[in-house]
Design a protein around this ligand. Structure first.
Ligand code: HEC
Length: 192
């Protein structure tokens, strides 16, 4: 009987692994799609507002529109979306938890070793949740609000100082990692 059980387990084992792998790949694909649905829209709105009314006029895009879009995605898909950073601007919503912090630190290391920041991502089951983070690289457009002191206009500086007295999100240069978009959703583990 024992031998039979072991034989059966040996037969099932590769199948279980394949199934678990397939489920993991599907979740990674879904998480990636959810995460990537927001940044291109934000970028387009930033570009539009900056060209209409300068960087100070575009601040509401990063400040209000980003969380609004995240809320809408949650309602539509059940995925919680936020943006996190090792140098947060908004202390109320952008401080990474332990898992996000470890991923961001790993992204910085890998970027320093030559990997392209735009490709950096991580996804895995953590407890009963699938969690995924994708790096958000600094582009030239971002520097008007996240660059060095001489790249940020006095008008932007004064709005930032008013809303974010402890702002740490300046001094970046293009190609660095500004932070990550982080998504999570609870899933029942597959019972086998
Ligand atoms: C017009 C000014 C402006 C521009 C341009 C801008 N940001 Fe921001 N960014 C902000 C503001 C304001 C916040 C704080 C948002 C909040 O209150 O949640 C912010 C927050 C963030 C956050 C969330 C983490 C944190 O530190 O609070 C990320 C990530 C981010 N920006 C990335 C970018 C990237 C990448 C670009 C370029 C593609 C960019 N931003 C361009 C103003 C800007």
């Amino acid at each position: 009987m024992k031998t039979l059980l072991i034989a059966a387990a040996a037969l099932i084992a590769p199948f279980v692994t394949t199934l678990a792998q397939a489920a993991d790949d599907a979740l990674l694909g879904e998480a990636r799609k959810v995460a990537m649905s927001i940044p291109p829209k934000l970028l387009a709105s930033l570009q539009e507002e900056i060209s209409k009314s300068g960087p100070e006029g575009a601040i509401p895009v990063c400040k209000d529109m980003a969380p609004k879009m995240a809320g809408k995605v949650f309602q539509e898909t059940g995925w919680k979306v936020k943006r996190v950073s090792l140098k947060p601007r908004n202390e109320a919503r952008a401080i990474p938890d332990e898992w996000e912090k470890a991923a961001l630190e790993d992204f910085d290391k890998r970027a320093a070793a030559g990997e392209s920041p735009a490709q950096l991502e991580k996804g895995e089951m953590v407890g009963n949740e699938y969690r995924y983070v994708k790096a958000l690289p600094v582009q030239p457009l971002c520097l008007g609000c996240h660059g060095s002191a001489d790249q940020i206009s006095p008008a932007v500086k004064s709005v930032l100082a008013e809303h974010y007295p402890n702002d740490r999100a300046t001094g970046y240069s293009a190609g660095q990692i500004r932070g990550a978009i982080s998504v999570r959703k609870p899933f029942q583990a597959i019972a086998m």
